[in-house]
Design a protein. Structure first.
Length: 525
């Protein structure tokens, strides 16, 4: 496939910027020859203006028309064939099996939103008819307008140019301006070609999708500051997400930023669970920490247990297994340096004991870091928030608590996370109920006897959590509810039926489920 290294602004390639960067293979540290052009401020302007024009044209498109577009995008991604897989593998080192699964998730995501749009009740129509002394009020969800999306490095498909943020924004009816991640520019350009083809095939306005390349923070900062952008979707570091959140808040007209950032995903293991299943839990934990070289926002990075000979034996077993596992490939140099920095900062705390790893592997041909297990005390974690920092790689930290009270006090001191997990036995449900609900307060998803890596794209999924896991704990970036980040409710008061959207008309011409005078019905009013 012939790539250009250019930006795609409303379907037109553009390379006005003098600054360029290159795609790097993390397995060999070799860079490709094709220069990718950082977008300029003028190109960012054009992309946002095209998105605004597209929104003006398409804001009243029916749900079924948008659903056809989403299905077409999935088809066009599949039409890219194995070139897409090989490109992403070359740029991320994630491996073909993982990427094949991620592609299926990505196309499945578009089709799942399509199905939801065809069913129709996602519009959440609510009707309160006129009653004595009360006006008629009718509410439903509408798209917010152009959305800026920041692609993540660690999911070149599922959280990137064609990832969940883009899928949910387009499903909502919002044009998307995507800042591609510089870790996989070739793969990003392939996706831009798929979007261009889908737009042409479905007759959508060209500005419904633009993709900007950029290495460095300027492109993202221009994009967030642009008055034509109405909301932001972001996946990446706490530092990056927070900077974008602050930039959006500084605008004369602030906008919401849905940033999904760092998480250490605490796992509590009870003594009974250790007594029953220590080997099984150790195997599962090591597989989860090393999966994708630990580069998951749901990586189990903090393991809490009560001190005992069995706990010490378990920690030693996990450490041995981590030490024996081969060091995987890290995504890029920035991730490798970031991991080294985060682990060095943690190790500098005298209360941290490194059981295995803890350092970069010298003279390696590929980007990597030693599989790392550390141990500390509950009091040390409570005394220093920096020990709750995300180590984005194959790293986990055991927190050994003196007793049940020490454990509970430590869970209380945890920051917000995407997930929390508990390993326990069926005969201790009464004893651990409070603990489970304490863990609930700290995360968006609570996992029982499992591991947090792996996030299903389904209606019930919640992939979010209290800050610093996200900047908007009431929302999710995975699953069907992700669409509501890019929609807002509007109520119509006493507006004539002929002027109402179909979803709110008396006769319910769409035949969709609505809440009418406090009763769910798919009938007419
Ligand atoms: P990142 O540094 O947060 O970057 C993500 C995107 O945001 C990139 O496009 C980046 O642009 C942009 N960006 C970063 N800071 C910005 C700022 N101040 N203003 C405007 N744009 C900004 O994430 P990353 O490159 O993927 O990885 C770095 C670290 O993020 C990792 O080591 C890891 O700790 C963490 N991470 C976390 C998750 C998660 O899901 N929790 C996922 C991936 C990474 P440029 O790259 O062009 O500068």
């Amino acid at each position: 496939m012939q790539l250009t290294g250019q930006n795609y602004i409303a379907g037109v390639t553009s390379a006005e910027g003098a600054e360029t960067f290159f795609s790097v293979n993390p397995r060999s540290k070799e860079r490709d020859d094709l220069p990718y052009h950082n977008a300029t401020a003028a190109e960012v302007d054009r992309a946002v203006e095209a998105a605004a024009a597209a929104f003006a044209e398409a804001r009243n498109y029916s749900s079924t028309r948008i659903a056809d577009f989403l299905d077409e995008i999935a088809d066009q991604i599949e039409a890219l064939g194995d070139d897409l897989l090989h490109s992403a593998d070359r740029e991320t080192g994630l491996g073909l099996p993982r990427l094949t699964g991620e592609r299926a998730r990505t196309t499945g995501q578009f089709r799942a939103f399509g199905a939801m749009l065809r069913e129709g009740s996602y519009l959440r129509p609510i009707i309160n008819s006129e009653a004595a002394g009360q006006p008629s009020i009718r509410q439903m969800q509408f798209p917010v307008g152009p959305v800026a999306i920041f692609a993540a490095s660690n999911f070149p498909f599922a959280f990137a140019v064609a990832g969940g943020d883009t899928a949910s924004a387009l499903a909502a009816g919002c044009p998307a301006v995507v800042k591609a991640h510089p870790g996989h520019p070739a793969t990003s350009e392939m996706f831009a070609l798929a979007f261009k083809a889908a737009i042409a095939a479905q007759g959508f306005p060209a500005g419904a999708f633009s993709m900007l390349q950029g290495s460095g923070i300027d492109v993202g900062q221009w994009l967030v500051a642009h008055d034509g952008i109405e909301a932001v979707g972001f996946t990446g570091s706490l530092r990056g997400g927070r900077a974008i959140y602050d930039a959006a808040a500084r605008r004369p007209r602030p906008i919401p930023v849905y940033a999904e950032m760092g998480s250490v995903n605490p796992v509590v293991i009870t003594q009974a669970a250790l007594a029953q299943r220590a080997d099984e839990i150790a195997d599962g934990l090591v597989a989860s920490v090393t999966m994708g070289t630990g580069q998951f926002c749901t990586n189990p990075g903090l393991i809490l247990l009560q001190d005992s000979p069995a706990a010490q034996h378990f920690i030693a077993a996990v450490s041995d297994k981590m030490s024996a596992a081969p060091a995987g490939v890290l995504l890029n140099e920035t991730i490798a340096r970031g991991l080294e920095g985060a682990v060095s900062q943690t190790i500098a705390n005298p209360e941290i004991n490194v059981l295995t790893g803890g350092e970069a592997i010298a003279d390696s041909d590929y980007f990597c870091f030693s599989n790392t297990v550390m141990q500390t005390s509950a009091s040390a974690i409570r005394a220093d928030d920096r020990l709750q920092v995300e180590h984005f790689g194959p790293v986990t930290l055991f927190v050994v608590c003196e007793d049940a009270d020490d454990l509970r006090a430590t869970v209380d001191a945890l920051e917000g996370n995407l997930t929390s997990t508990i390993h326990a036995e069926a005969d201790e449900l009464d004893d651990i109920s409070d603990l489970l609900h304490q863990l609930r307060e700290k995360a968006g998803r609570v996992i029982w006897n499992g591991f947090p890596t792996g996030v299903a794209v389904v209606h019930a999924m919640q992939h979010g959590g209290p800050y610093p896991a996200t900047t908007a704990p009431g929302t999710t970036s995975v699953g069907m509810n992700a669409i509501y980040r890019f929609m807002r409710p509007i109520a119509f008061q006493n507006v004539p039926d002929a002027l109402l959207p179909d979803a709110l008309k008396d006769g319910n011409p769409l035949g969709i489920m609505r809440l009418v005078d406090d009763v769910y019905t798919d009938g007419a009013q």
